[in-house]
Design a protein around this ligand. Structure first.
Ligand SMILES: [Ca+2]
Length: 205
């Protein structure tokens, strides 16, 4: 292996190691909870640190752009919202955004049926992109990757958003009770580590 890039991202040290052709592509968590190393080959990223959860293809709400998206679940990783965003970026991905209500609904169903999320025990929440500017608001939510307001009515989970303990400004999905369906939730951004989901998106006119 040859070390090609070392990044210090917020409190997380992410070391990206290029995989030689004859190396096994491995993912390992080393040196404590805030240090990760991964052998990443762009052609096989689906099989390495990230489990590909599925794909989505649709049109933006204005109907101008078609897009195709792939969702990736980083196994074994739990981080703050800011760290999650940085880790996705370090691997050439983004923390998940949702372009339309149709995608938002499809994404919930996809995440709910994933073999990875089935390993989690309720209550659990999973970070995606998105912050709220007005606490407990159902409509004042923004994607941080481009600053755009979330344009559809968010299908919140039961009793959400609740701004629990007055500290919930980041967007997540998951469920509170084992029997619940997946839903969207406002969640604390820091001082808590959660799983997260990254995406890769391509647009074309
Ligand atoms: Ca909440």
């Amino acid at each position: 292996m040859k070390l090609t890039k070392a990044l210090t991202l917020l409190l997380v040290n992410v070391v990206i190691i290029h995989c030689d052709d004859d190396d096994l592509n491995i993912y390992d968590q080393t040196s404590g909870p805030n240090s990760y190393s991964a052998c990443v080959n762009e052609n096989t990223i689906d099989d390495v640190a990230f489990i590909k959860m599925g794909t989505y293809r649709g049109f933006t709400e204005d109907g101008i752009f078609e897009y195709r998206k792939s969702y990736f679940y980083p196994r074994y990783m739990e981080n703050s919202w800011g760290e999650s965003k940085a880790i996705c970026k370090a691997f050439g991905l983004e923390l998940v955004t949702l372009e339309t209500l149709a995608e938002a609904k499809n994404f919930l169903a996809l995440a709910e049926s994933s073999s990875e999320t089935k390993k989690l025990r309720a209550p659990f929440w999973i970070f995606i992109d998105g912050i709220v500017l007005t606490p407990k608001s159902t409509t004042d939510w923004y994607w941080t990757k481009n600053g755009q307001k979330i344009s559809f009515l968010i299908p919140w989970g039961p009793v959400q958003p609740d701004n629990w303990q007055g500290n919930e400004r980041c967007f997540s999905i998951g469920k509170r009770d084992a029997g619940d369906r997946f839903g969207y939730n406002d969640h604390a951004c820091s001082n808590v580590n959660l799983p997260f989901i990254c995406q890769r998106i391509e647009f074309w006119a």
